[in-house]
Write a protein that binds this ligand. Structure first.
Ligand SMILES: NC(=O)c1ccc[n+]([C@@H]2O[C@H](COP(=O)([O-])OP(=O)(O)OC[C@H]3O[C@@H](n4cnc5c(N)ncnc54)[C@H](OP(=O)(O)O)[C@@H]3O)[C@@H](O)[C@H]2O)c1
Length: 253
């Protein structure tokens, strides 16, 4: 594949994308970056919110609210996206839930919620979207993992396990979908400044303890995940599949 310019390597004109959990944080940055590269983007959040509407407006895209803890909602999200866009080229599975609890404090309900939202929903959305990608013999599936898929955590045990399962699903799909022109990759963020970890990082002792675990000596910015995501979703990433890209400042090492 030859490109006439560097910019062309990363252009997504005519492509459509669904980015789950793109009302805020990393998903929002990825959605806006794909939109800036020319893609028509479906923004998504767990519920209707001003943040979701604003993200969609900024990315000149559309939005759908759906709770990925429910199978029927996953199906509705896929169905409505395909109906509105006609086809789907890029699927970014970014939404997740997590709960800081230790062994003995988990409930059965929390276990089901985390596995359903972080893993089950991804499986379901991939299953619904792959047939349309196959028809056009072009597709990009990107799952968002976590540094916790490399580093066990006593307070995020279930969450870490859902991310490890998601990573395994990604590389398995990568192998079976490569011949159809569909790549499947995993991006694993370290500590990125978003709403999710705001409360934890407000505690000065905790903040320093976490910083000490990061070789680059700083937290990451959402834009640093978005740039890596663009590579994996763009024409430039056509020959990258089954990759696990750590965007962690070295924290996974
Ligand atoms: N931030 C980090 O340091 C970090 C580190 C490692 C991995 N990650 C991973 O990166 C991804 C994004 O993290 P983030 O920090 O950007 O998250 P965030 O700021 O907490 O945003 C979460 C997004 O997911 C949506 N969401 C939450 N629960 C949902 C549900 N049940 N159904 C559907 N959507 C739901 C939220 O929608 P609403 O706006 O409607 O709530 C929001 O759009 C996640 O997969 C996370 O595990 C993040």
């Amino acid at each position: 594949m030859e490109f006439s310019s560097v910019a062309e390597m990363f252009r997504l004109d005519g492509r459509t994308a669904l980015v789950t959990g793109s009302s805020r944080g990393i998903g929002r940055a990825i959605g806006l970056t794909l939109a800036a590269a020319g893609a028509r983007v479906m923004f998504h959040g767990s519920k209707e919110s001003a943040a979701l509407e604003t993200a969609a407006r900024e990315g000149a895209g559309e939005w759908i609210a759906a709770d990925l803890g429910e199978d029927a909602e996953c199906d509705r999200l896929a169905g409505e996206t395909l109906a509105r866009f006609g086809h789907l080229d890029i699927l970014v599975l970014n939404a997740s839930v997590q709960e800081y609890v230790r062994l003995g404090e988990y409930t059965e309900e929390e276990m089901r919620r985390e596995f359903q939202t972080n893993f089950g929903a991804a499986f379901r959305l991939i299953e619904r979207c792959v047939p349309v990608m196959r028809e056009r013999r072009w597709g990009r599936i990107l799952t968002i993992g976590s540094v916790n898929q490399f580093r066990p955590s006593p307070r995020l045990t279930l969450y870490s396990a859902t991310k490890a399962a998601l990573r395994s699903l990604t590389v398995n799909f990568a192998k079976s979908l490569a011949a159809d022109g569909i790549t499947c990759n995993n991006l694993a963020p370290g500590v990125i400044l978003t709403d999710r970890n705001e409360a934890v990082l407000r505690d000065p002792q905790m903040r320093q303890m976490i910083l000490d675990l990061i070789p680059s000596g700083r937290f990451g910015d959402v834009s640093e995940c978005a740039g890596a995501a663009l590579l994996l979703c763009s024409p430039a990433g056509a020959y990258i599949t089954g990759a696990e890209l750590a965007v962690t400042g070295g924290m996974h090492l």
